[in-house]
Design a protein. Structure first.
Length: 59
């Protein structure tokens, strides 16, 4: 639990961008201490917003 802050995985020593959650059955999470984390989180947000917008326009 020491690598989690505010519910986010934060470990600068861990070189992985995508890491399994504490309970691997729950999926994966982003290491917010990784240099590419901001880009990955922005891209995920853009994909979600685009999917919602496309759904609203088409539905």
């Amino acid at each position: 639990m020491q690598n989690y802050r505010w519910g986010l995985y934060n470990d600068p020593a861990d070189r992985r961008l995508i890491v399994p959650k504490m309970n691997p059955a729950l999926g994966w999470t982003v290491n917010v201490a990784h240099p590419s984390a901001r880009l990955a989180l922005v891209l995920m947000a853009v994909i979600i917003v685009a999917a919602v917008a496309a759904s609203a326009l088409l539905g």
